[in-house]
Ligand binder design. Sequence first.
Ligand code: TRP
Length: 333
Amino acid sequence: MKNVLSGIQPTGDLHIGNYFGAVQNWVRLQSEYNCFFCVVDYHSMTMPYNPEKLRENTWNMVFWLTACGVNPEHLFVQSLVPEHAELAWVLNCMVPYGEVTRMTQFKDKTDQLHEKDKDAFVSLGLFTYPVLQAADILMYHAHYVPVGKDQEQHLELSRNIAQRFNSQFGKEYFQIPEPLFTDTPKILSPADPNRKMSKSLGEKHYINLFGEEDRVRKQIKSAVTDTGDTPAGEMSTGVANLFELLRACNSMELHDTLMDDYKAGTLKYSALKEAVADALVGLINPLRERLAELNADKRKVKAQIQESSAEIRKTAQQTLREVREIAGLLPLK
Ligand code: TRP
């Protein structure tokens, strides 16, 4: 079996865009690949943050992913495997400074910080973020990395770092990782369907994967259908997004019937919205139940993740033994 690695930052909520775009895919990949799924708390320290909140979000993300069906044996927390930070240091010394200055995510995040406050603190950690990501990937000799388009540049950097390390030390040591692009539904904001669903846009722009039924229904009911900028004869992005949600929820029969209505010019948006709300509630309710079960025995879930992280750490320690030897460091006692 080939190795797959992916990571997700512990943010304050998991929304249906994250679920359809990444998490659902992770769950499917588990049967085909030897998977490593990582909650990347070190990465979350690169932007201004609150320590208590970080710890809380890290645990929450572990619970949410587990409720979604990620096997706890494949799931670990990055900082429970501190070798990630050590490997990142070694790789920092293998990557040309100029190459990292070309990373667009650094520029985007810096702009984001400066929009809020022109004197905002921008950390060196944010700059070297993609090198830590390369460490995550190379640590487990991942063949494939499921990524979205926004992470393509970081993956390319990881490939370059692996190649440079290998050629610098004359040894084919690191696996050169490949992106794994899967056709995942792209979910847009219900409040502004010209933009991707995202937490950073604000609360009305994303639907919480563990949201209360009432709120989910309300959000769909008030979803924007006519954006006013749709050329005649074309489906508006808002309506297309609702159809995409039906497809994502696997409600294909309803999808096709309503699509016929749309083509015939008889579709009522209220009927489409009701169908989408029902489909989403059908997805979300079982996930909420599963989460409640996990929450009933928090200690068990936490112990499981400590255990899986310790187990996965053994692989990381082996990599570091080899890397230290190749890179000219002394062996650990
Ligand atoms: N940078 C990724 C994101 O923001 C998260 C991440 C960290 C990651 N390490 C990774 C993704 C390794 C894939 C592989 O989405």
